[in-house]
Design a protein around this ligand. Structure first.
Ligand code: NAP
Length: 287
């Protein structure tokens, strides 16, 4: 079976290891990143422009930061959309608003291009190990055409419905992540303020049923004092903002998420946005 040519856009924390997994699986792939220096040295075949990338690809994956980036790359001046042709499929794997996911699908459908929102749960480790959970919105028939590609990136691919439903599912998962990260950081600052021995408390939390895989990873980061980003804090703030907006529209009560959103937005405005999500601990220690 001939594997489709992949065009990969966005080589940040997540995009780089995910694209590398497709290359390792034998997919012909050309990648593009706004900042070329970031892309060079990754060992991936690169496309010189969005036009060149679109010309050579049947399936195009975007792994970009936020709605603004996605809109600019797809629909900005000389954006990807100007170079697409009927029959291609665009898969957006970044965490974007459900609104943008729906409007992207509509605008691409008008050109005969298939489109999925397929954001991921898991961070750099799961991206590297190809054990992401991929939540999908879009036409079932389009998903079936590209399912083998997604299955090389994750351990589970779940379709929730039409365009925007993958984005909504991702926000449900990430509002929980935000609340858990805030809770972990608060447990640590509470212990510090009470004069509990930090290492002992961190070890004890690690032995409780609360020590899920992500909590275990973040406990190790706290122990090492390493707040280098795997999942940048600014993206967590963005996801909580998107979840809040979506909850208002849908009529969902998410009071803890609203408080946690304020905490993450404060951390970003204090200049901590490029730390890892568990850098929220640093913000609490500073306040
Ligand atoms: P990242 O490291 O910040 O990378 C962002 C990517 O978007 C880079 O390639 C960046 O290009 C590009 N970009 C940003 N603004 C742009 C613009 N205006 N025009 C063109 N390109 C632009 O982000 P990440 O951690 O890989 O995350 C990517 C997406 O996945 C986000 O939506 C995030 O919420 C989501 N996500 C992240 C994780 C995680 O653990 N990191 C986990 C699950 C989901 P440059 O190199 O030129 O800046």
């Amino acid at each position: 079976m001939t594997l489709p040519n992949i065009g990969w856009i966005g080589l940040g924390h997540m995009g780089a290891p995910m694209a590398a997994n497709l290359v390792a699986a034998g997919y012909p792939l050309a990648a593009y990143n706004r900042t070329r220096e970031t892309a060079e040295g990754l060992g991936l075949p690169l496309a010189d422009s969005l036009e060149a990338l679109a010309r050579g690809a049947e399936v195009i994956v975007t792994m970009l930061g936020d709605d603004k980036a996605q809109e600019a790359v797809l629909f900005g001046k000389d954006g990807l959309v100007h170079h697409l042709r009927e029959g291609q499929v665009v898969i957006n794997m970044g965490t974007m608003s459900p609104d943008l996911s729906r409007s992207t699908a509509e605008r691409l459908a008008a050109r005969g291009v298939g489109c999925l929102d397929a954001p991921v749960s898991g961070s750099v480790k799961q991206a590297t190990d190809a054990t992401l959970v991929i939540v999908v919105g879009g036409e079932a028939e389009v998903l079936e055409r590209v399912r083998p590609v997604l299955e090389k990136l994750g351990k589970k691919v779940v379709r929730f419905g039409d365009a925007g439903k993958g984005a909504q599912a991702k926000l449900a998962i990430n509002l929980m992540l935000g609340v858990v990260m805030q809770g972990l950081a608060e447990a640590v600052v509470f212990g510090e303020a009470c004069g509990l021995e930090s290492e002992t408390l961190i070890d004890a939390i690690g032995e409780t049923p609360l020590a899920s895989p992500v909590v275990a990873i973040k406990l190790a980061a706290i122990r090492a004092g390493n707040f280098g980003a795997a999942f940048p804090l600014k993206h967590m703030a963005k996801d909580l903002r998107l979840a809040s907006a979506e909850a208002h529209g849908a009529g969902a009560a998410i009071p803890a998420t609203e408080v946690v959103r304020g905490s993450f937005e404060l951390a970003v405005s204090d200049g901590l946005g490029d730390l890892d999500v568990i850098g929220i601990l640093q913000s609490l220690r500073n306040s």
